[in-house]
Design a protein around this ligand. Sequence first.
Ligand SMILES: [Fe+2]
Length: 207
Amino acid sequence: MTAPWIARRVRLASPCLQIAAIRVTVEIIRSKRPERMSEGAKIIMVQAKNKSVVVSKEDLDRSVGVEHYLAPVVRDLVALAVNGKQAHWHVRGANFIGVHEFLDEVVAHAQDGADEVAERIVALGLPVDARIGTVAKKASLPEATEGFQQSDATIREVVAELDAVLTTVYAAVSGLDEIDPTSQDIVIALAQQLDKDRWFLASHLMA
Ligand SMILES: [Fe+2]
C-alpha cells in the first residue's frame, strides 16, 4: 500500500514525468523516510528535465505498462481516422450513400477512442506520441489505396484496417489484465465498438 505522503507527491509530480527520462535514469532509494514507508515499499526518484520527482515503484510500473499497451492503440486509431476519411471521400458505386455515411461513423468512433485512450495515458502522468510522423511510422494498418475506388474494394480495405486495429486492441486487453483494470475496461469497450463497426461494414459484402 502506498504511504499517503507518497501518494500526495505522485499527484503533484506525475504531469512532469517524461517517459524517456524514466527509461534512462531511474534510481531506487530505499533509505528515505523509512519510518513512513510500508514494509517492502520501494521509492523511485526520476530525473526529468532537472526536476526530481518521487513515485512508488508500483505506480511507475503501472504507468509504464499502460503506456506500453495503450500508445499503439492510440496510433492505430489516429491512422484509422485518417484513412477512414480518405475512404469516405473516394468511395463510389454500389450502396454509395450507406457506405459513405457509415465511414464517417467509423472515423468518429476512432477519433473518440483515440482521445479517451490517449487521455488515460496522460492521466497516469506519461506523454503519448501520436504525431503524424510517428503514426505513419508505427501504426499497424495496411496502406490505403490512393484515389477513387468501388465500394466493395473500399469496404475490404477498411475492414482490413479495422482488423489490424482490433489485433492491437485485443493485445492491450490481454496485456493490461494484471497491470491496470481501469485501462483494460477502456480497451474492452473500444473492442466492442470496433467489432460492431466491422460487422456493419462487412455486412455490405454479404449476400
Ligand atoms: Fe463528409
